[in-house]
Design a protein around this ligand. Structure first.
Ligand SMILES: [Zn+2]
Length: 246
């Protein structure tokens, strides 16, 4: 009787697993279908010449190290990122996770800018501020390198310090990059820029703002606030001119 009960339970469990897998596969296939449809629309908006222009090679201006977070997308900072952004993404926008890829952007593609871009509400930073010992070893490894960049700058584990740690991590990543690429900076062939994409308005400059906080190791957050005001004024002028000319 006991054996029969075990067999029935096992079969039940197996059926649930098979059903769950089928459901997951169905969902995945519908996502793939959406991607194919998006690609069809994309192709309609592109001419063959645009592809021919990039076939021979790439010529980006920016090596970008940003977080893998899906709320951070390049269109927020570049209206045509194709052939302009050489993108490296990982959790916590870290140099150490992809040193070879960053070096490729700077040494081979010779981008004049290395941009390290953090973002508000970064889960990797939050993890580094808390107990992440239950995570799998690969995640622990990447979070631990973040923790190293944070622990010297302010207290860990305090949620109030989240955005401060995010900004501090960007400063730290710029500092690490300078150690590696100071010769290029000294020669004037590279500028290392640290910024935070703030979709949550945690830095109080507005929702979705691209806040430049560091240039070649110098904290420039306040300077760039002033520049942003100027850009906004310029936009206002352009809008005014456009509406006058109608
Ligand atoms: Zn993040």
């Amino acid at each position: 009787m006991k054996i029969l009960t075990t067999i029935v339970l096992s079969l039940g469990l197996l059926t649930i697993q098979i059903n769950a897998k089928e459901e997951a596969n169905k969902k995945a296939m519908s996502i793939i279908k959406e991607m194919l449809e998006a690609n069809t629309l994309y192709l309609k908006s592109q001419s063959q010449d645009e592809f021919k222009m990039v076939v021979e090679g790439q010529d980006p201006r920016i090596t970008l190290v940003s977080c893998s977070d899906s709320r951070v997308q390049n269109s927020a900072i570049d209206s045509s990122p194709e052939n302009d952004l050489f993108v490296i993404r990982n959790i916590g926008n870290q140099l150490i996770s992809n040193e070879g890829s960053v070096a490729y952007g700077i040494k081979h593609l010779k981008t004049p800018i290395l941009l390290i871009m953090g973002h508000s509400r970064c889960g990797a930073i939050k993890a580094a501020m808390s107990d992440y010992s239950a995570e799998n070893s690969a995640i622990r490894k990447e979070v631990s390198t973040l923790a190293l960049s944070i622990q010297n700058s302010c207290e860990r584990g305090d949620p109030q310090k989240w955005i401060k740690n995010i900004v501090n991590n960007v400063h730290k990543q710029v500092e690490y990059s300078l150690q590696e690429y100071h010769n290029d900076v000294d020669k004037g062939t590279l500028m290392i820029v640290g910024a935070v994409f703030d979709f949550a308005n945690d830095m109080k400059h507005g929702y979705g703002q691209f806040n430049v906080v560091n240039i070649n190791g110098e904290d420039v957050e306040e300077k760039f606030d002033a520049l942003k005001v100027n850009v906004k004024d310029k936009d206002k002028d352009m809008i005014q001119t456009a509406s006058n000319s109608k």
